[in-house]
Ligand binder design. Structure first.
Ligand code: 9Z3
Length: 366
């Protein structure tokens, strides 16, 4: 174990601790550069006494090979994080946006992965110059104005990650830099983080061969543990380790002065409240926002110590919006239906209110 803030995490039942994790999984090559960018960003906003939201967004990958051909991924597109980031900026926060590479980004999200490709928003004018179609002028002008304001104030810093290892190193690094913000720092952990991973010591170097004629030897490595992925006959067998629980470290050691909000994702409605409550008790942070995969754009459950449990819902009458397809048809597929009101426009002001209350009461540790 290394000395420092991680030593508070004692492994139980032989589970890997956060300290062990960082001692045995390699620091990403991009970390120092990202860390320097974050430090300058935090310094600037700490000087201005501005609140800063550290928003995490999008899924994390779990590579199966060091020279990665195959990896495990999850569904998250980064909608929650990118949308929330815009509302935090609107509420006067600066936003450190820790996101999965190529997932949705604040502002550009309106045009990047949408039903229409960005080229569908464009046309030629009479002089042949490329311009925005008339029907999109107003909406695009509004988004552009907000985007340019954020840019001119240097209020949005985008830091990408891809693997769960990059995510964890980056989160820890940023968290430990938030001290100068004091109670003005807020963590909004919307990323869909892998629960299982391949530790470095169990990762094979080369592409796993599917053909029986080319099967590699099972290299047990210096720790004597078998590779996490290998072929057995014609089957690929994958045996993943649990990702150590980092929330406790974040709350107790890395950023104890910040407001911390985690998300809890479930698919079984009967488990959601129970699991959200459990997380709040276990990690003793400020707020758990529970959501179900299928209804996450319409309703979320706030669970906090001070305010108990309450649902935040898109109001009836704003539950659906027709989405135009490329051919102008209204899409009937429910999966492509969107609420007319973004639920993040309801979530973020509530979170901001709670943050103000915590700052006001002086309950955030310094
Ligand atoms: C969430 O629950 C997010 O709201 C979603 C957003 C990932 C559902 P999209 O990106 O989806 O808008 O498509 N994030 C947290 C998921 C998570 O990994 N939570 C951990 C858990 O449930 C706790 S930190 O155990």
């Amino acid at each position: 174990m290394v000395d420092g803030p991680d030593t508070a995490n004692i492994g139980i039942n032989g589970e890997m601790t956060a300290a062990d994790y960082f001692a045995t999984n390699p620091k990403p090559a991009s970390l120092d550069k990202q860390s320097a960018l974050a430090r300058a960003f935090i310094e600037q906003h700490a000087k201005q006494n501005r609140r800063v939201a550290i928003v995490t967004s999008g899924g994390t990958t779990v590579p199966l090979e060091n020279q990665t051909v195959r990896f495990i991924d999850n569904f998250s597109a980064g909608t929650r994080g990118a949308t929330s980031a815009e509302y935090f900026l609107e509420a006067g926060y600066a936003v450190l946006f820790l996101h999965r590479h190529f997932s949705l980004l604040p502002y550009s999200r309106h045009y990047s992965h949408s039903t229409n490709c960005f080229l569908d928003f464009m046309t030629h004018n009479e002089a042949g110059a490329v311009v925005v179609e008339n029907e999109y002028q107003q909406q695009m002008a509004e988004v552009l104005k907000r985007y340019q304001k954020a840019k001119s104030e240097n209020a949005l810093l985008l830091l990408p990650y891809t693997t769960v290892n990059e995510y964890l190193w980056l989160l820890r690094e940023l968290a430990m830099q938030t001290r100068p913000l004091g109670a003005n720092g807020l963590f909004y952990l919307a990323a869909a983080v892998s629960d299982f991973f391949v530790p470095a010591e169990r990762m094979v170097e080369h592409k796993i061969q599917s053909s029986e004629d080319f099967h590699q030897d099972m290299d047990t490595g210096e720790h004597g543990r078998e590779p996490a992925a290998h072929m057995e006959g014609k089957s690929l067998v994958i045996d993943l380790d649990p990702v150590p629980k980092f929330l406790k470290q974040l709350v107790d050691a890395w950023a104890p002065q910040s407001m911390i909000i985690s998300f809890k994702l479930e698919t079984d409605p009967s488990l959601l409240a129970k699991k959200a409550r459990y997380a709040l008790e276990k990690y003793s942070h400020h707020l758990v926002i529970g959501n179900l995969l299928n209804t996450r754009k319409w309703e979320v459950l706030f669970v906090s110590v001070g305010r108990g449990e309450r649902w935040i819902r898109v109001p009836a009458g704003n539950r659906t919006k027709s989405v135009s397809g490329m051919d102008g048809d209204v899409l009937e597929n429910a999966a492509q239906r969107e609420p007319a009101v973004e639920i993040e426009s309801l979530i973020v002001p509530e979170v901001v209110k709670m943050h103000s209350e915590l700052i006001g009461k002086g309950t955030l540790r310094k």
